[in-house]
Design a protein around this ligand. Structure first.
Ligand SMILES: Nc1ncnc2c1ncn2[C@@H]1O[C@H](COP(=O)(O)OP(=O)(O)OP(=O)(O)O)[C@@H](O)[C@H]1O
Ligand SMILES: [Mg+2]
Length: 314
């Protein structure tokens, strides 16, 4: 799969310096790549309402998996819409690959070549008569040649395992099928960053596993993935970084660290992760050293729980 470089400019000037490239007069220390997306001091208030989010500093680093968590109404959807340009911050700024995004037609067109948002409710996203038409809408809008559009649609339908639904009217699909069709539409754009609002809500366990497998494959191709979820266990298993909306503001950092902090989870209206509860039991039985990370999956737990030498543990 070829896709726009996740950390490159959307369609920046030809010959612009590549971050980390050696300087003409000798090797320069590699500069850290700019975040794919970044909100700086962002706030949003809907008309006639109080600020929903305020003072948001959030950097989405290239190639990472970031989970956004918080209670109902805490502002996850609002924040994802700010991050993808579909809402304009009432104050603060949005940057894409280090460049400030202008919320005009041209700026947003450029942003959408890099970033795709999959909405929480697929019915807000699907509007064409059939699945195939819906998935082809974005690539057609990019002005791609017909065979390229066909290739992308085939690939996206296959990735979501809905090739057989290509000609089905979207309004006759089940909820989970509609959700997959909506994700396929975003995948067909081959975005550098894919932002998903509660993508596993309403999917059956197999559907969730398949989706996680797809996200892993996309990440293998260099795609940055952001996901809002209420599922702390899934976030711990899947994410590199986490962002938690709490009444005191947004807390960001390493997913393992933040999701292992019971007080922070309580502030964010979340329950403790299954993995940290299991780690407490393992530690109490001397099977996990203090400071070692908890198992992230049941398979890891099963392996850990066997009395094997520390060196053989995952
Ligand atoms: N279009 C809108 N107009 C006015 N208020 C809105 C609008 N959309 C959301 N809100 C309000 O903004 C707040 C945050 O909503 P948001 O949808 O971002 O929360 P959320 O964390 O995604 O919730 P959930 O977990 O239920 O999806 C809520 O109080 C909501 O009522
Ligand atoms: Mg929401």
């Amino acid at each position: 799969m070829t896709r726009p470089a996740p950390d490159g400019p959307v369609d920046g000037p030809v010959g612009a310096p590549v971050p980390g490239a050696p300087a003409p007069d000798g090797p320069a220390p590699a500069a850290p790549a700019a975040p794919v997306l970044e909100l700086r001091g962002a706030a949003h208030r809907y008309p006639h309402g109080p600020a929903v989010v305020e003072g948001i500093d959030l950097a989405v680093r290239p190639g990472r998996a970031l989970a956004l968590l918080g209670r109902n109404g805490s502002g996850k959807t609002t924040l994802l819409r700010l991050l993808t340009g579909s809402l304009r911050p009432t104050s603060g700024r949005l940057l894409c690959a280090g460049e400030e995004v202008r919320h005009d037609r041209r700026g947003l067109d450029r942003l959408r070549r890099t970033v795709q948002l999959v909405l929480q409710d697929p019915d807000d996203q699907l509007f064409s008569a059939s699945v195939g038409q819906d998935v082809s809408f974005g690539p057609l809008n990019l002005g791609l040649p017909e065979d390229e559009v066909r290739a992308r649609v085939d690939e996206a339908l296959a990735a979501l395992e809905i090739t057989g639904l290509r000609d089905r009217p979207t309004h006759l699909l089940s909820f989970g099928q509609r959700k997959r069709a909506a994700i396929a539409g975003a995948v067909a754009m081959r975005p550098g960053a894919l932002v998903l609002d509660e993508p596993t809500a309403g999917l059956d366990p197999q559907g969730t596993e398949r989706l996680l497998g797809l996200l892993e494959r996309l990440r293998g191709d260099g795609t940055t993935v952001v996901m809002a979820t209420h599922d702390v266990d899934l976030a711990l298993r899947w994410a590199d970084d986490a962002a938690l909306l709490t009444p005191a503001g947004l807390r960001t950092g390493d997913a393992g660290l933040l999701l292992g902090d019971p007080a922070l989870l309580e502030d964010a209206g979340l329950r403790p992760t299954w993995a940290h509860a299991a780690a407490d039991v393992l530690r109490a039985h001397g099977l996990l050293a203090d400071g070692d990370p908890p198992p992230r999956t049941p398979q890891q737990l099963a392996h850990w729980a066997r009395p094997t030498p520390a060196a053989d543990r995952p």
